[in-house]
Design a protein around this ligand. Structure first.
Ligand code: PEP
Ligand code: MN
Length: 402
């Protein structure tokens, strides 16, 4: 518009000039003055146009640099994504802004420069917004199943895995008896709680480090992989050498510092669903571990709290196929804590395998009546034999049908 207007004004002046430069006014003072005036205007006009063109060219250069910056950010993003590292690093971004402001030579104020670059950062984040809303643990991010390897013992590889053992480690003899029964069945995992997060502070809290030592000794004797619950990040530091799988219990599913600490470790994590957690919250808890660098995660459905009182919790059986569809992680079912009833262990385990679970967890104690925790629902060794025979028959039936 301005360009057009300028042309219009100049052409007007030119026609006036033509008129006055006729023979009549030739060499007159007026025509000389007009001549000078028009000359000045033409110089000004071309100067203006020149600056406008320069600004236009600079704009295009800025645009092309912005595009280049965006493509470099995309490359950086894909590397970080492969490493499972969180994309936005506020400390790094602030350092970058500080450096830019330091190099600012004007004429824009530091505040303006900072604002401009903050907008660039925002635009960069929005490049990955869609991506960042998709969890790393989701199928959308990784379509093939994750198979967790615990020192070579696979979970999620197509055959059911079994994790049995006492609720709490109470003594060497008690733990050894269960381990022996587990080994006799050709199984490879032993569970046992050394740190027990109990509802009442007056209930048995576990043997702690002594319990871990028992687990380690028995695990080494029978070559069993040890699964044991850890309840705090500092505990993880010394417990890690005694266990093969870090269990994070229902009560700690949203203990984010613990999730992050487990994420920094290189041991597989068995994450139990909180008893009041939605599947979305469960997946986000797993995402904490995954995005902190540990991709070896086993999800465990262990029942949720409902109004129903006939079972200890309500086994959310359809959570299994939902989790299998939404994530690439293996999913197992804890039939002991979900039902809280011995008579339901087998039907619940059958249902879990039939609906697609990758494994079963259940508690076994040589003398459940005298167990220090969960006395009601732990199987004794005879019940364990029967349970295992039945579930193996059932699972071989499923595998044949598949
Ligand atoms: C356990 O497995 O020992 C346990 C305490 O289970 P949950 O965290 O599911 O209650
Ligand atoms: Mn228990």
């Amino acid at each position: 518009m301005t360009l057009k207007r300028n042309y219009f004004i100049i052409s007007k002046w030119q026609s006036i000039y033509k008129c006055f430069s006729s023979r009549l006014f030739k060499n007159s003072f007026l025509i000389k003055l007009l001549d000078k005036l028009l000359g000045c205007m033409m110089v000004k006009y071309t100067e203006l146009e020149e600056y406008r063109k320069q600004i236009h060219d600079i704009n295009l250069k800025i645009l092309s640099l912005l595009s280049e910056r965006g493509y470099v950010e995309k490359k950086l993003h894909s590397i970080r994504e492969n490493e499972g590292v969180i994309n936005f690093d506020p400390i790094q971004e602030q350092m970058m802004l500080d450096l830019i402001v330091e190099k600012n030579e004007g004429p824009y104020s530091n505040q303006s420069i900072e604002q401009i670059f903050k907008e660039i950062l925002k635009a960069t984040l929005s490049l990955f917004e869609e991506d960042s809303q998709t969890l790393y643990v989701s199928r959308a991010k990784k379509s093939e199943d994750t198979v967790v390897s615990v020192n070579g013992e696979l979970i999620g590889a197509g055959h059911p895995s079994f994790i049995f053992g006492p609720c709490s480690v109470e003594s060497y003899e008690q733990t050894r008896k269960v381990a022996q029964a587990v080994k006799e069945k050709g199984l490879t995992f032993l569970r046992g709680g050394a740190f027990k997060p109990r509802t009442s502070p007056y209930d048995f809290q576990g043997l702690g480090l002594d319990g871990l030592k028992i687990l380690k000794e028995v695990g080494t004797e029978f070559n069993l992989q040890i699964v044991s619950e850890i309840v705090s990040p500092d505990q993880l530091e010394f417990a890690i050498d005694y266990i093969d799988v870090i269990q994070i219990g229902a009560r700690n599913m949203q203990n984010f510092e613990l999730l992050k600490a487990a994420g920094r470790s290189r041991k597989p994590v068995l994450l139990k669903r909180g008893f009041a957690a939605t599947i979305e919250e469960f997946l986000n808890a797993a995402e904490y571990i995954y995005s902190s660098g540990n991709h070896q995660i086993i999800l465990c459905e262990r029942g949720i709290r409902t109004f129903e009182k006939s079972t200890r919790n309500t086994l959310d059986i359809t959570a299994v196929p939902i989790l299998k569809r939404e994530t690439h992680l293996p999913v197992i079912v804890d039939v002991t804590h979900s039902t809280g009833r011995k008579d339901l262990l087998l039907p619940a385990a059958r249902a879990a395998l039939a609906i697609g679970a990758d494994g079963i967890m259940a508690e076994v104690h040589p003398n459940p009546k005298f167990a220090m925790s969960d006395a009601q629902q732990q199987m004794d060794l005879v019940e364990f034999d029967h349970f295992f025979k039945e579930i193996m028959d059932f699972s071989s039936g499923i595998i044949k049908k598949v």
